[in-house]
Ligand binder design. Structure first.
Ligand SMILES: [Zn+2]
Length: 340
């Protein structure tokens, strides 16, 4: 059942709620569009075909919302005609969505313009997170794939790429609060390939900051993974270093008193350095080998230089994720054509 179009109503007769209701968003108002999407703030006149070709969820939803249908329009949450506004706009069906207005605008602009969001070109946190959220919710596989690829540049899956990440400004601005919100969203959207580095970076944040600040940005179960993962990371770091130092000691027993006396201190000191920055190149690492004999020096250097690589391989496991190869394969399988 369709109520009278808003355009035909005299403004004076509108209730206050309706008078302050959604208005056309000029950035996404296609004059030949054949459907209107509505949030609490804006109306978006778009094309059913564009929505259906890109989104499996919209395709199903619009089948239900076709004007021929007896049920009239349906929002994905299941409420048809409602108190929030009219069912049609100048004769076009209106579909009300409960998404954040700005996120829906970003999604629609991305669907209509290749320029709005491009992989690996600088964007903003609200745009990238909005696109991830709604491409996931509305099952827009191509866009979701692009957003995950975009994030992978900054939250990569290889140690080599990780060392280059600071060269890639995929966000105009990014802080620790953004980091935690992005982790929560990527976890919710199951964008698992970017989770190890997101979790890792969150786990490095000083615990004292959590109580009052960052804990509120992530759900409790994600917060738990950060805290537990941080502990596993530190334990794992010690295991990698300690295993190496034992192998060294048992392999070729150096009889030098100086080497023996300093070996323990050396590896403990290295452990603390790795706990601060396991993967970042750090000139201070391995400098305290000057008291070792040549053999022990070489052993220490080669041992310590292996630690970042070994820790990187284990990184996903610290945060309850499968190994890197599985995570990378997931992304590539997502690019497979769901629309055939
Ligand atoms: Zn020695």
């Amino acid at each position: 059942m369709l109520t009278s179009p808003l355009a035909n109503s005299a403004p004076r007769k509108l209730s206050p709620a309706r008078a302050s209701g959604p208005t056309p968003n000029k950035k996404v108002w296609k004059s030949d569009g054949n459907i209107v999407l509505a949030t609490d703030k804006h109306l978006y006149r778009v094309h059913k075909s564009v929505l259906s070709e890109n989104s499996l969820v919209f395709r199903d939803m619009l089948d239900l919302a076709s004007p021929d249908s007896d049920d009239g329009e349906k929002s994905p949450e299941g409420d048809g005609a409602s108190e929030n506004g009219p069912n049609s706009w100048e004769g076009l069906p209106v579909v009300r969505l409960r998404d954040k207005d700005e996120e829906l605008e970003y999604l629609l602009r991305a669907l209509y313009s290749r320029r709005f969001f491009r992989v690996h070109e600088q964007s903003t946190v609200p745009i990238v997170t909005g696109l991830l959220n709604l491409s996931n919710k509305y099952d827009v596989p191509d866009l979701r794939y692009d957003v995950v690829k975009h994030l992978q540049r900054y939250f990569p899956s290889t140690l080599e790429e990780y060392k280059l990440r600071d060269n890639h400004k995929i966000f105009a601005h990014f802080d620790d609060a953004d980091l935690h919100r992005l982790l929560a969203l990527a976890h919710h959207c199951n964008a698992r390939v970017v989770l190890p580095v997101l979790f890792y970076l969150c786990a490095l944040v000083d615990e004292r900051l959590y109580e009052n600040i960052y804990a509120s940005h992530v759900p409790p179960h994600v917060f738990q993974i950060i805290r537990e993962g941080g502990k596993k990371l530190r334990t794992g770091t010690w295991e990698v270093i300690d295993r190496g130092s034992r192998k060294r000691t048992s392999g070729q027993d150096c009889s030098s008193k100086s080497c023996k006396a300093r070996r323990g201190y050396y590896y403990v000191a290295e452990y603390y350095k790795f706990c601060r920055t396991p993967f970042d190149d750090d000139d201070n690492k391995s400098k305290d080998v000057r008291y070792f004999c040549a053999n022990c020096k070489y052993a220490a250097f080669s041992r310590i230089s292996c630690v970042p690589g070994e820790l990187w391989e284990k990184l996903p496991s610290f945060f309850d994720l499968p190994e890197w190869n599985v995570l990378k394969a997931e992304v590539d399988s997502e690019s497979a054509d769901e629309f055939n």
